[in-house]
Ligand binder design. Structure first.
Ligand code: GTP
Ligand code: MN
Ligand code: MN
Length: 616
């Protein structure tokens, strides 16, 4: 228990940290924990067991410290409201580094520093950084523990908020530690908020540091994070491990680690298809993953909303597993109209809400939660809020963190360590112009070209300007653990090495096209099931498409719009391929390929030449 391991005063030597009662005999892990403790000088070491009693203890402590507020049990049972420091609200891409041995391996899209230099710098930051705090050891597993080769990690953190969130987002605790035995390999993940406390110094509700580093060492499969408590920067099993480090593993081992949702689509004839889709942050993955289709007879079940690990099976098909255990979803815009299944999931409680607003009766609220806002709220900065305030009550990147198994439409296959065979891969982004509602690629290479040139307007999910169009290959720009050119080449190799008829077919969607008045032309959300239907019918060869310079788009009457309140004119705008708009796109794609440098695969340059030729 915590008290048994608590030491009276900050120790002066390594020997002061007594690990003899640690619940593991994994010598490598024990040595690492001792080394980190010696460096960071915590007041206590706590091995996280993942029990309910422990969770109660942690959340009680967080409430006492002002980090969490317990919500009304009748509204959101066993749930909490958290507010961050207003400066610590999103991923910090400028402070994210891929520290490969060779700079070229980080590529032109990542920040880089030599590993030794970064380690020297961060070691000084970590020195004494946990003074006055508890060092938590969080053993975790990404993907089912029943996997043939479970993907272990251990996060050391000085943030109880991180421990509480990790419990929702990953399989954590004693069961994992036990399964690790005495010699399992794991990804060491070191996190500190970088806010040591002097003796007697009062803590703040959200400790963090202005200096932030989110660092991946891809060859060592190691993660060091410092200065931020925000989920994307501090829950190291998620973006850091399951995308940045895992993408490097996947390159070495012939699989794919992608920023993709996984869904199961059931047709009225009860035919089942599994679909994976990659959209940049805050562009609709969580929404599509939990789709509640308006189309009669069609059903969706959820497998994952953010990350897919995909490996080829013996039958030559691509199988996807969701490595995560929870949902870390964008709150604003999530409501009974847009995403009823997400609402049903969070209603069951056991959730952490960060940077949303608090209602007077102890519930949460955010823009889009309901049509009419309550008359009074406490906003994400802790201030009084009324509809007249003229400010958002919730940060645009506020999040709900909820166990995925609470989702009422979770698929049974979710726990299958072998995953589900993917029939279609969808790429997409947020574009007000140019990009039609849905396009099918001609073949795998053309689909890779579509993914490689994916473009989207930036959102609040990362610090920086919002609404700027940028290229985001396979929606992985912020999450690539290695050179983007090598990554695209890996996608092409995967296509070459497997039978074309077994490979998923690749599509591209855009829910976000606007009309001249600036309104979305496509209703989106539940209506996106109509696009999924067309995609499935294309796989079955039963839906019509027209050839355009950019790929195959639905023929005029091929998209099922039965019962949809949408003018023919609006539909045409949604589906339109305007050659002039696409000609204007070409220099942007060229600029992007130039930025990527010599590693852009020749196959993709050829695809660009072909596109140019088709546009005349
Ligand atoms: P990350 O979790 O950050 O990776 O993002 P995500 O891809 O899961 O995004 P999410 O599903 O949370 O959607 C983000 C925003 O896009 C929300 O404000 C949604 O309301 C909005 N959105 C999602 N789907 C649609 C759609 O079909 N049409 C429109 N107009 N907006 C959508
Ligand atoms: Mn994401
Ligand atoms: Mn999401």
């Amino acid at each position: 228990t915590e008290t048994a391991l608590r030491v009276e005063s900050p120790p002066t030597s390594a020997s002061a940290y007594d690990l003899s009662n640690a619940p593991t005999e994994h010598q490598g892990l024990l040595a690492w924990v001792a080394e980190v403790a010696e460096l960071t000088q915590p007041d206590a070491i706590h091995w996280v067991d993942g029990s309910d009693a422990e969770y109660k203890l942690l959340t009680d402590e967080l409430i006492a410290g002002g980090t969490l507020v317990r919500l009304n049990d009748e509204k959101k049972p066993n749930s909490f409201w958290a507010r961050t420091d207003p400066s610590d609200v999103a991923r910090v891409e400028q402070r994210t580094f891929i520290c490969s041995i060779d700079e070229a391996d980080a590529g032109p899209t990542n920040n880089w520093m030599a590993p030794a230099e970064m380690k020297a710098l961060m070691t000084e930051l970590y020195r004494g950084s946990m003074r006055g705090r508890t060092l938590y050891v969080v053993p975790f597993c990404m993907g089912p523990l029943t996997a043939e080769k479970p993907m272990f990690g251990v996060e050391i953190t000085d943030s109880a908020y991180v421990v509480a969130s990790m419990r929702i987002m990953a399989r954590t605790g004693s069961e994992v530690l036990q399964k690790m035995g005495t010699d399992a390999k794991y990804v060491p993940c070191l996190h500190s908020v970088g806010a040591p406390l002097a003796p007697g110094q009062k803590d703040v509700p959200w400790p963090c540091n202005d200096e932030k580093y989110i660092v991946q060492f891809p060859e060592e499969r190691t993660i060091w994070s410092y200065g931020s408590g925000y989920g994307g920067n501090s829950l190291l099993g998620k973006k850091c491990y399951s995308l940045r480090i895992a993408s490097a593993m996947a390159r070495d081992e012939g699989w794919l680690a992608e920023h993709m949702l996984i869904l199961k689509l059931i047709s009225p004839e009860k035919k089942v298809h599994y679909i994976a889709a990659a959209f940049p942050s805050a562009c609709g993955k969580t929404n599509l993953a939990m789709l509640d289709p308006t189309l009669e007879g069609w059903e969706v079940e959820t497998l994952g909303d953010d990350i897919a690990w995909m490996r080829f099976g013996e039958d030559g098909r691509l199988y996807a597993v969701n490595p995560e255990f929870g949902l870390f979803g964008v709150a604003p815009g999530t409501g009974w109209k847009t995403n009823p299944n997400a609402m049903r999931t969070i209603e069951k409680g056991n959730s952490l809400f960060t940077n949303v607003a608090l209602t007077d009766d102890g519930d949460v609220w955010w823009e889009g939660y309901s049509q009419t806002p309550p008359n009074h709220l406490t906003d994400w900065k802790g201030r009084e809020w009324t509809p007249e305030s003229g400010e958002l009550s919730s940060h645009p990147n506020s999040r709900f963190c909820t166990p995925i198994k609470q989702c009422p439409i979770i698929a049974d296959e979710y726990e299958d360590p072998n995953g589900v065979p993917i029939s279609a891969i969808i790429f997409g982004g947020r574009r007000a112009t140019t990009v039609p509602l849905v396009t099918q690629s001609r073949d795998w290479d053309h689909g890779v070209f579509m993914g490689a040139t994916l473009s989207s307007e930036t959102t609040a999910a990362a610090v920086g300007e919002v609404g700027v169009v940028r290229r985001d290959p396979m929606a992985m720009l912020p999450f690539l653990g290695y050179n983007a050119g090598d990554y695209l080449n890996h996608w092409l190799t995967v296509g070459k090495e497997h039978a074309a008829d077994k490979l998923p077919k690749i599509f591209y969607v855009n829910w976000f096209r606007k009309d001249e008045a600036g309104k979305f032309v496509w209703p989106g959300f539940s209506e996106n099931g109509r696009v999924l239907k067309w995609i499935i019918e294309r796989l079955d060869g039963t839906a019509d498409a027209v050839e355009t310079p950019i790929g195959l788009v639905p023929a005029a009457d091929a998209l099922d719009v039965t019962g949809l309140d949408l003018s023919l004119e609006a539909l045409q705008v949604a589906l339109n391929v305007d050659e002039e708009e696409w000609k204007a796109e070409l220099p942007l794609i060229e600029e992007w390929f130039t930025k990527l440098g010599d590693k852009v695969p020749a196959t993709l340059k050829l695809e660009l030449d072909n596109l140019k030729a088709r546009l005349g």
